[in-house]
Design a protein around this ligand. Sequence first.
Ligand code: ATP
Ligand code: MG
Length: 407
Amino acid sequence: MGGAVRDALLGIDHLDWDLATSARPEVVRKLFRRTIPVGIQFGTIGVLDANGHMHEVTTFRRDVHTDGRHAQVEFGVSLNDDLARRDFTINAIAWDPIAERLHDPFDGQGDLERALVRAVGDADARFEEDRLRALRAIRFAARFGFRIEPATWQGICRSAPHLGRLSAERVKQELEKTMEQVRRPSTALALWRESGAFGTLIPALANVPDRYLLATDALALPGPRTRPLRRSLRIAALLCALDGKAAPRVLRDLKFSNLDISTVGALVNAWRTLGPEITDRLLTGAPMPDAALRRWAAQIGRLRVSAFGRLASAMFWGADAAGEPAPSASRWRRVYRRLVTIAFRDPLDIADLAVDGDDLRRAGIPHGPMLGRVLQGLVAFVLDDPTRNVPDALTSEALRLASAKES
Ligand code: ATP
Ligand code: MG
């Protein structure tokens, strides 16, 4: 049913088959030994098989009331009624395993052949029922390399001003699915921009330049295990179009987790701070002394250097693909290797210093805000030259800094 049949016809693996039946939810619960009422108000029962895998079984249903966000459903309808409430013709195909035939009342197979995303029935009406469909259409088109049928595209554009009605959670999920499922997210994100979806949902990205969208395409990491990383890096690449304050605000508004906000936020911030300088030095062939690389590594944070390296490669790739000047990948790779070595070899932050606060207090520097400033000053001191990271040199520099700050 739905996505699984579509993917099977396209020759793509699809992990979970959604099952549909005329039997009402109460009956489904009685027929199988182990069931979970996952969405009983919408007619969906989870049936556990002998291996404990869950299969979703949903009673044929029809929407009786929708407000662009939620739907109330009614049971006791036919399979064709159920297919008619689905969003796109390619998602409205069912396989009948007993009769061994497809039910395809809206010619979804024809649209699969034509490589076309087309709303079931009247596009405007379907998008009014559920505004999320506008974003789903874009995702399916980008994922399968399909075009969007003109009336459907018009419906998407006319929906764009109303997308603010969607909950942050659904928008976040759509953005994440796009980053996880689409090989070249820029094709989807460009349509978010062109349709006006960004203008409504993330106004700061309303006119986002191509190179940030293209940068997301460069971050394709294979395998399901790396999926969260690919997603975060791709989101970071997109948000590099914003300044260091706006990016975390966007993530917070979309209800991203605090962990995502801090990791993605830190990467965006590092790129916004260092990107122009790094790009400039790479382009002009200016010298890259170790001290500069230490300063960069300190700013990025030792444990984020590898993610930053990928992000920077993607940003250069995106700029190049957009026809803007960009350093070559090999040049950046050489600098990046040095950056990693330095990050794990040299002292970069207060915890790496050969003296700590107690040592400095014993040397006569009072506790308090002054101590913090002196420690920061010592970090800058060793970033210039890591051989200074020995107690004697640090203590005398600390005393010098303290007396300079007092006067
Ligand atoms: P994915 O690979 O993203 O899971 P999918 O097509 O399986 O793609 P689901 O969100 O899992 O998408 O939904 C399963 C099916 O339910 C869809 O194929 C479609 O028929 C129907 N459906 C899902 N969301 C909507 C919606 N917002 N409006 C109408 N029909 C929908
Ligand atoms: Mg699915």
